[in-house]
Ligand binder design. Structure first.
Ligand code: ADP
Ligand code: ZN
Ligand code: ZN
Length: 739
């Protein structure tokens, strides 16, 4: 080995250990892999215990805690250049720290699976597909039986040519190959085409209203800025995104757009594809590993101009970052609820800051956090208060469940409103946030009720599948004919879920299509597609579903929205439940009257005089949110305090609790309870027993983020060394969204 200082690299590997590992880069390895580098952001193969694993170089260092002869050499270099630019690597490493997650696990979790496994970065930007003459001459009737093939043909017909890397993100390789063998499409090689700024648009932009124009003009894309685009549903936020992105593209930068759910909102993706003539890739959970890698790579290389994705897309590197948009920024799906518990919305802001670009957070119902950031001047508050088209805000009314008869959860007056709407040839959305037929089954004679053996919960009746199912652990059994307690025959399904209301609506409206949308109904392939087709066709129908139905759909012919049960959101112990109820009700109300027809919203409740409902309906979400914000300030809850929860679960009830008591003792030794730091718990979790395990939580909150961070850093080191830490399953959640 040469005498001069050897190159030492600090490497992250996929492991639960909260540390990096040092390795040597020997000369013979450098010589053996002349096309590869060991720069920060490149992968290396390293010996790890008795295995060989993929590592990611995070830092170059000159001295290690280990002496040079104790350091192991890397075996091999894998990349010709960094997978992640060093700015992003720094940011993502910081995020692992901030959310108290092992750095290797966090960083590797951000990479496409195939890169995690050590596969090479594909070479892209060379292969394109276009229609052959035979393909161009294809009649519109052909390929009727092969819908995806037809879609691919149509796509090439409208786009001219499409990079292979982009096509595979939307179509399977089998479809492409099938069309190639039918000689309908052909591939050709081409260097990366420079996007001409002339034909960025496939479709003209809408002429903005004055208020929209004002908003668009105030978005400065030349440095870091964070904007909260706070606009009622239908106010034209998406149009603003589209026109802001157009600007981004015109100065040859890329845009990253996060949306909560792509599979549930194909309409959003379609609007982007209809507007722009540039390569767009989508990143979501439905992709195969290969498709994901291809899409990721084209974003990184810069051939994809727009990257549309769900939560984890925030980790996608961009060659020429220009703008980040987070649509429906209040949506809970941006916070990962297990493992690396990051918030993609918050990381979007940190990332924009790091990359010196702007970020737009959009919502009709902004989170209290973001509104507070506007109040303190951290974010710019942009407001659109009117609907963009001819549509008007819907009329709300409350139905008092105490004073009305109801069946299957539907009050008589609600039923007659549905009936009127259907008779007028319009569409109805009915919301009930409980899937299944009924949330409980009980015996009329002895009061027995079916409970889950593994959880503190009742079993839900699913009539279509003739099963009782636990919604917490998925335990299932057949619906019994006789009561297991007294052998009585009168078993009653108590309460209502979407299945029961669906059945009732079908009975009441035999001539009208009733479609259910929940996790059970959408398991069937193509089920969602049917909903979109019928919804968009405008034919009269009744859609009944859970929150799934609340996400971003735009059916112009919906004029009535009925919320069957607003009460559960009023009485939940989670401090965010009121905020969420306000968001949910406002969002579902926004589904009504989006076209030219005026809309109505009916809210069923046992508490029509509840001040929160009155405030929401009387004064609207902004005012409602202001009130909640002042309450949070008075009660010192987030965003006015910074919070983390430690959750623990174990097979025996006392173990988890004891562990958290220990955690609290250690924490109190580090930081005495004071106005700066306070502790709550250990307390039983909302569902104390779940899937056979007992669950407890310890809540820690601090007046400053930095105090909380320093405390957690020290606490975790000690907890990891503690003997009880291996006996329970525990995790830490910084900025928790669910209590
Ligand atoms: P949001 O994203 O806030 O719900 P959209 O951008 O989807 O709002 O706009 C709602 C409807 O209004 C859409 O049908 C859209 O095409 C239309 N729209 C938006 N801006 C304009 C405009 N400037 N002129 C005409 N129609 C508009
Ligand atoms: Zn009984
Ligand atoms: Zn269970």
């Amino acid at each position: 080995m040469a005498e001069d200082t050897p190159l030492i690299v600090r490497v992250a590997v996929l492991s639960p250990l909260r540390r990096l590992f040092d390795y040597l880069i020997p000369n013979n390895v450098v010589e053996a892999w002349p096309d590869c580098k060991a720069e920060v952001g490149c992968r290396v193969m390293v010996p790890f215990g008795r295995r060989e694993v993929v590592g990611l170089v995070v830092e170059h260092i000159t001295t290690s805690e280990l002496s040079v002869d104790q350091l192991k050499p890397v075996n091999r270099l894998l990349d010709s250049g960094p997978l992640l630019p060093s700015k992003l690597l720094t940011l993502f490493g910081w995020a692992a720290n901030y959310y108290q997650h092992p750095i290797g696990d966090a960083l590797f979790g951000m990479l496409p699976v195939l890169l995690r496994k050590g596969e090479p970065l594909p070479i892209l930007g060379t292969r394109y597909w276009q229609l052959t003459n035979k393909g161009k001459g294809l009649g519109s009737d052909s390929l009727k039986r092969a819908r995806s093939q037809k879609e691919l043909i149509d796509r090439l017909l409208s786009d001219g040519a499409c990079a292979d890397s982009i096509l595979v993100s939307d179509f399977s390789r089998a479809i492409i190959t099938a069309l190639e063998s039918k000689q309908l499409i052909e591939s050709f090689q081409h260097a990366n085409p420079k996007i001409s700024t002339q034909n960025i648009l496939k479709q003209d932009a809408l002429k903005l209203h004055d208020s929209q124009r004002l908003v668009l003009d105030s978005i400065d894309q030349h440095s870091f800025n964070c904007y909260l685009l706070d606009g009622v549903t239908g106010s034209g936020k998406t149009e603003i995104y589209l026109q802001a992105i157009e600007k981004t593209l015109r100065y040859d930068r890329q845009a990253l757009v996060l949306i909560p759910e792509i599979s549930l909102t194909p309409q959003t993706e379609k609007r982007f594809r209809d507007r722009f003539n540039v390569p767009i890739v989508t990143l979501h959970s439905g992709l195969t590993d290969k498709q994901r890698l291809a899409a990721w790579t084209s974003a990184k290389r810069g051939s994809a101009q727009i990257v549309l994705g769900t939560r984890s897309a925030i980790f996608t590197p961009l060659a020429r970052p220009g703008l980040i948009i987070v649509d429906e920024e209040h949506d809970q799906s941006y916070k990962q609820q297990e493992g690396f518990r990051y918030s993609a919305r918050d990381l979007a802001v940190s990332r924009a800051h790091k990359e010196g670009i702007s970020v737009i957070l959009g919502s009709a119902t902004p989170s209290i956090e973001s509104l507070n950031n506007c109040a303190t001047g951290r974010y710019n508050h942009l407001i659109l208060s009117d609907r963009a088209g001819t549509a008007k805000q819907p009329n709300w009314s409350l139905v008092d469940l105490k004073s009305e008869k109801s069946e299957a959860g539907i009050a008589a007056s609600t039923l007659s409103a549905i009936s009127q709407t259907v008779e007028q040839g319009h569409q109805v959305l009915v919301f009930l946030n409980r899937r299944g037929f009924a949330p409980a089954i009980i015996c009329h004679h002895c009061g027995w009720s079916a409970e889950c053996h593994n959880c503190d919960s009742r079993l839900t009746v699913h009539r279509a599948r003739n099963r009782l199912i636990c919604h917490h652990c998925d335990y299932q059994q057949r619906v019994p004919h006789l009561c297991p307690g007294c052998q009585g025959q009168e078993l009653i399904s108590l309460g209502e879920g979407t299945e029961r209301s669906e059945e009732y609506l079908e009975k009441c409206f035999p001539q009208t299509k009733v479609l259910r949308v929940d996790r059970d109904s959408t398991r069937k392939k193509g089920a969602m597609q049917e909903v979109f087709e019928i919804g968009s066709s405008g034919e009269p129908c009744i859609l009944i579903g859970t929150q799934m139905l609340a996400k971003g759909h735009h059916f112009a012919n919906v004029t009535l929205v009925a919320v069957l049960d607003a009460d559960s959101g009023l009485f939940s112990p989670d401090f965010r439940s009121h905020e969420r109820l306000g968001q949910l009700l406002t969002q579902v109300a926004g589904r009504s009257g989006r076209g030219d027809l005026p809309g109505r919203v009916i809210i069923q409740t046992h508490q029509p005089q509840h001040p929160l409902l009155e405030m929401l309906i009387g004064s609207g979400y902004s005012f409602f949110a202001q009130q909640i914000m002042s309450e949070r300030q008075i009660t010192q809850l987030p965003p006015f305090r910074h919070m983390a929860v430690i959750r623990a679960e174990s097979d025996r009830a006392n173990e988890a609790e004891t562990f958290l008591r220990t955690a609290r003792n250690i924490a109190e030794r580090i930081n005495h309870p004071s106005p700066l730091v306070s502790y709550l718990g250990p307390l039983p979790a909302m569902l104390e027993k779940r899937a056979g395990r007992y669950r407890f939580v310890l809540q820690i909150d601090a007046s400053k983020r930095s105090i909380l961070q320093i405390l957690l850093d020290a606490l975790i080191v000690e907890l990891n060394l503690h003997k009880d830490a291996r006996r329970v399953r525990w995790s830490i959640d910084v900025d928790p969204q669910e209590m």
